[in-house]
Write a protein that binds this ligand. Structure first.
Ligand SMILES: Nc1ncnc2c1ncn2[C@@H]1O[C@H](COP(=O)(O)OP(=O)(O)O)[C@@H](O)[C@H]1O
Ligand SMILES: [Mg+2]
Length: 312
């Protein structure tokens, strides 16, 4: 029996960009298989190469080396086959300003050769909270509404694999809820989902497996549950205006006045508080919370920086 076919198989993908300063390597030998039915998260800071990888998957950009298969179809050699299996929601808001919402969706259906698609288009409009905007012109829509149309557009041909590139960057809470409710339902119905995001809360709630990308390389690939288990179990959080003692500053994540430091257990928390007292820092609004994906992410990214420094 043949092994089960991956939904998406990235095989040794590298991508070099020519820039005025010379060659820039955006992806360095990325190999990754996403299985049928997964809700997969591709995480990484800005500039890590997420959109570049998605563009190669979409056939919009060509890898410098390596290949991508979509349910066995090569995105270069069997472009039409591969493309039909994918519903891609791009990071950039691109659309034709002269179409109404319904016209845009009919046009996209035609592009995939899908006829008489209005029943499904209506269902998409309903599910995405767009029903009352069907006849609105694209250029009249707010950014959040345009984002919903892009999602509907990606799904008009009922693709088995749904790819979303930072779909909630800069959108309101209501859209996030609508969108995740809908995408999670499609995933339960059997669609494979590939999501890139730097909103880690979102990934934690939705994804069952994640890859972390940093400077064009995969630095972590793990199930969500293993990743969360590998985290320090707790985080000490407080507010202060004072500078932290250097030993603590190294371990801390600081956002404005808010300081967060990983801690294994109660003894560790006590040691941290003693360290603050010795450094003359009086913490306010002290809380202890469980570690989340963001804590793991920061840890993995720092670990990699230290490895890189040690190798230099
Ligand atoms: N067309 C291009 N020419 C040159 N460099 C590019 C181009 N597109 C992206 N890059 C660079 O490649 C890196 C990865 O970009 P991108 O894939 O957009 O990252 P992400 O989506 O993870 O934020 C960045 O450093 C970016 O500046
Ligand atoms: Mg991007």
């Amino acid at each position: 029996m043949a092994p089960p076919m991956s939904a998406v198989s990235f095989q040794s993908i590298s991508k070099n960009y020519q820039t005025p300063k010379g060659v820039f390597q955006a992806l360095n030998n990325v190999s990754l298989d996403i299985e049928e039915g997964e809700f997969f998260g591709l995480l990484g800071p800005n500039g890590a190469g997420k959109t570049t990888l998605i563009s190669i998957l979409a056939g919009l950009s060509r890898a410098s080396s390596g290949r991508v298969l979509v349910q066995g179809s090569d995105v270069q050699a069997d472009y039409a086959d591969a493309r039909r299996k994918l519903g891609i929601v791009p990071q950039e808001l691109v659309f034709d300003p002269f179409f109404s919402v319904r016209e845009a969706l009919r046009f996209q259906s035609g592009y995939f050769g899908v006829k008489d698609n209005d029943a499904w288009i209506d269902e998409l409009l309903e599910s995405l909270g767009l029903a009352d905007k069907a006849n609105a012109n694209m250029r009249q829509l707010s950014g959040g509404m345009k984002r919903r149309v892009l999602v509907a557009q990606a799904l008009v041909h009922r693709p088995p694999i749904i790819v979303l590139d930072e779909p909630t960057a800069g959108v309101d809470v209501e859209l996030r809820q609508t969108l995740w409710h809908f995408i999670a339902k499609l995933n339960r119905q059997g669609h494979t989902v590939l999501l890139t995001t730097h909103y880690l809360e979102e990934a934690e709630a939705l994804c069952n497996r994640v890859a972390m990308l940093k400077q064009g390389q995969i630095v972590k690939l793990s199930s969500m549950s293993d990743l969360l288990k590998s985290a320090s179990s707790n985080v000490l959080q407080f507010k202060t205006d004072a500078a932290l003692p250097p030993a603590l500053a190294q371990r801390a994540r600081v956002t404005g006045r808010i300081v967060q430091i990983p801690a294994q257990d109660a003894g560790d928390v006590e040691a941290l508080l003693a360290g603050l007292r010795q450094g003359g820092v009086v913490p306010e609004d002290v809380e202890i919370r469980r570690a989340d994906l963001e804590d793991v992410f920061i840890h993995v990214m720092n670990e990699q920086a230290q490895v890189a420094e040690a190798g230099a």
